[in-house]
Unconditional design. Structure first.
Lengths: 222, 107
């Protein structure tokens, strides 16, 4: 390195992403398509909850799904069996989707005629919370086996979400999971959070969640 | 990441120069793992002006300030709970961002 120089940049990667995200949000709003970003730790039940949600709403709303995964196609195959328009997005090793990847997904899926697009983000609680995807609503799933202190350990994701789904309540008897505590902690992080305890397996609580989502979508697209 | 870097370089890079090192500040609270970032970077940089450019990451500790008593502390270590007053209403001081600090170019 005889002849080198340093170019000072001091630019946040998130700033750029935030701009892309806002553009996408405006475009979707104009198109009247509600984009929802679904996040959780691996295995908390995103795909299972999604299946239940699609079954409840697919006759009333035109829905599309984008499955983001580091490199597998399993979830997309499961969802497309339900007869819902689905595409798989590979993040190429990245642990999250950014707004630009989301925009490409939206283009590939073709969303003009859809009311609702659900994005199943990569299973991870940290990075996806940092990258605004451009969604109109962020939802996260916390499952009972993960423990009620998650809002203390991962505050960011709770701050960026509008909805918290607490899944796998069918296994509550076997875990030391304090439902009141988790609600208290989560609301301390974000007082506007809507909380839905459900079991994607038994269907308990699903009705409250899906009718809330339906209302949100309908008021957005009308 | 490369998009931000590229737009920062716009109009800055002379024809006889090439980029040799990208310096990225990685905030602890972003959850980004430098080793994963490097792997992702290696696959993203192929066929771009960063092809022969290495990535250097600098760890930025995650610090927060308690809104009740003003104490500043290491967020992760204390589970986002103030060691002074047990408050959990916090503001972020550092470590919540991914910042391209500088780019080193060579002739
Ligand atoms: N007991 C119980 N198990 C559930 C429930 N929901 C999901 N599971 C199980 O949890 C496991 C993971 O569920 P998925 O829906 O694949 O979770 P995911 O979040 O999509 O997982 P990734 O996409 O791999 O991150 C599966 O074995 C499901 O059968 C539930 O409400 N109760
Ligand atoms: Mg899944
Ligand atoms: Zn304090």
């Amino acid at each position: 390195m005889e002849n080198y120089r340093i170019i000072e940049v001091k630019q946040s990667i998130f700033d750029d992403n935030d701009k892309d995200a806002n553009l996408l949000r405006e475009k979707m709003k104009e198109e009247k398509t509600f984009l929802m970003n679904l996040m959780s730790s691996p295995g908390a039940g995103k795909t299972t909850t999604l299946k239940g949600t699609l079954n409840a709403l697919k006759d009333d709303l035109k829905i599309g799904v984008m499955e983001a995964d580091i490199d597998s196609d399993v979830d997309a195959a499961t969802i497309s069996e339900l007869g819902v328009k689905t595409i798989q997005l590979h993040t190429g090793g990245m642990c999250h989707l950014d707004a630009d990847m989301t925009r490409q997904g939206v283009t590939n899926l073709g969303t003009e005629d859809l009311d609702l697009v659900i994005l199943e983000n990569v299973g991870n609680l940290v990075c996806p919370a940092e990258f605004d995807t451009g969604a109109a609503m962020n939802a996260m799933i916390l499952s009972v086996p993960e423990g009620h202190d998650k809002p203390l350990k991962y505050p960011l994701v709770f701050q960026v979400c509008d909805v918290l789904i607490i899944n796998k309540i069918d296994v509550l008897p076997y875990f030391d999971f304090d439902m009141d505590k988790v609600k208290e902690y989560a609301l301390m992080r974000n007082p506007n959070l809507k909380i839905f305890p459900i079991s994607a397996k038994t269907g308990e609580g699903m009705e409250a969640w899906t009718s809330y989502l339906k209302e949100r979508v309908e008021s957005y697209i009308k | 990441m490369l998009k931000t870097a590229k737009s920062a370089l716009e109009g800055q890079l002379k024809p006889n120069e090439k980029v040799s090192r990208l310096v990225l500040e990685v905030g602890e609270l972003t959850g980004a793992v430098p080793a994963y970032l490097k792997t992702a970077y290696e696959s993203l940089k192929v066929d771009t002006i960063f092809e022969n450019c290495e990535l250097e990451t600098i760890f930025m500790p995650g610090t927060v300030r308690c809104k009740s008593c003003g104490e500043e502390f290491a967020a992760r270590e204390h589970n986002f709970t103030c060691p002074g007053c047990a408050g959990i209403d916090l503001s972020f001081v550092s470590g919540k961002d991914l910042v391209i600090k500088e780019i080193i170019v060579e002739e």
